[in-house]
Design a protein around this ligand. Structure first.
Ligand code: DAH
Length: 343
């Protein structure tokens, strides 16, 4: 044995190893090729040859042997990666394209109306309001009579709804929660009641037959229209940023006096446009001093206590906030729209 022959053996083994490993496309054939290429006996036969060399040539032969080992290690690593990939690909039943971008995940997000409700509730929580809830299937008494709608009053025309039988109906507003809460909790109290109302309304650009509402109620000794105005103005400034507001006289059977609150049109800044019908203002809520007969119906002494209340539609407010031309965008569940406002 000479060093030249030793080198030749090592080179031949490299070539044989390449050929053996290139056919290893699954785990079993890889393990078989690995054993034949770099078994203990293969390694021993190389050290035996090395021992047959003259002492002076052994250091050089050691280097050749180490080079062979490194080469085979690299071949094994390469082959094992290759068969892992090809196995994965055949399991998936298609060839694996590692350059393809990963699929994006959709996390989900809150609906714009939910975002608006959460924000409104947070603003009122800061000033001492708590959340109260009531049923969507309501009695005529809570929905109308206790709220001072006289029988067959024209105000009820706007509140046509689905009757469920035995005096039950789908509530037309969240105002019945005022009465339910006052029956259970003695004043002073301040509540906010978010929920759904139902009316026989056409589904058009500004109406939906099932809609979100938020009711507000404060009852205390000596609370007045001043507190109502200050609270709702504070709310509008917090929610919309610095904005002008105004109160207009209005009518609701359950409040006296009654007022509607407008904010400066968000789209034209108060100049007048088609969205605000040229007025420069947009209505955001109804409000007023709670009518004494409502307090009495709920068992509250109307000589001792006064109250004020308001009701607003978060979907309308979402339209103002996001500049939406049609309320139906908020009901269609079109992800292309929702993704634009999702937070
Ligand atoms: N319930 C009224 C409606 O659905 C809204 C409303 C107006 C509620 C004035 C109030 C209020 O509490 O004071 O049209």
């Amino acid at each position: 044995m000479t060093i030249v022959e030793f080198r030749e053996r090592a080179e031949n083994h490299k070539r044989a190893a390449s050929v053996a490993l290139s056919g290893a496309l699954d785990e079993a054939s890889f393990e078989a090729a690995k054993t034949s290429v770099w078994s203990r006996s293969v390694q021993q036969s190389f050290s035996k040859l090395l021992g047959e060399l003259p002492i002076t040539e052994r250091p050089e032969a050691g280097r050749v042997f180490n080079d062979l080992r490194a080469h085979i290690d690299a071949l094994l690593a390469e082959a094992s990666i290759y068969f892992a990939v090809s196995e994965g690909a055949s399991q998936a039943g298609r060839s694996l394209d590692l350059t393809m971008p990963a699929r994006e995940r959709w996390r989900g997000a809150k609906h714009p109306v939910t975002l608006v409700i959460d924000e409104i509730v947070a603003i009122f929580r800061e000033i001492g309001f708590t959340v109260a809830l009531g049923p969507e299937s309501e009695s005529e008494w809570y929905n109308f009579s206790a709220l001072n709608f006289p029988p067959d009053h024209p105000a009820m025309d706007m509140h046509d709804t689905l009757y469920l039988g035995e005096g039950a109906l789908l509530r037309t507003h969240t105002s019945p929660v005022q009465v339910r809460t006052l029956q259970r909790h003695a004043p002073p109290l301040r509540i906010l009641a978010p929920g759904t109302g139902f009316r026989r309304d056409p589904f058009d650009a500004s109406h939906a037959p099932a809609f979100a509402q938020i009711e507000g109620l404060a009852v205390d000794e000596g609370t007045s229209f001043v507190a109502l105005k200050a609270t709702l103005t504070h709310f509008a400034q917090k929610f919309f940023g610095k904005t002008r507001t105004r109160f207009r006289p209005s009518y609701f059977p359950f409040t006296e006096p009654s007022a509607e609150m407008d904010v400066e049109c968000r789209l034209c800044g108060g100049v007048g446009c088609s969205a605000c019908k040229g007025t420069g203002w947009m209505e955001i809520l109804g409000s007023g001093m709670v009518h004494p007969s409502v307090l009495e119906a709920a068992g509250v002494d109307s000589e001792r206590y006064t109250g004020w209340a308001f009701g607003m539609g978060p979907a309308r407010i979402a339209m103002l906030r996001y500049g939406l031309p049609d309320i139906r965008l908020l009901y269609d569940s079109d992800v292309r729209f929702l993704a634009q406002v999702a937070e």
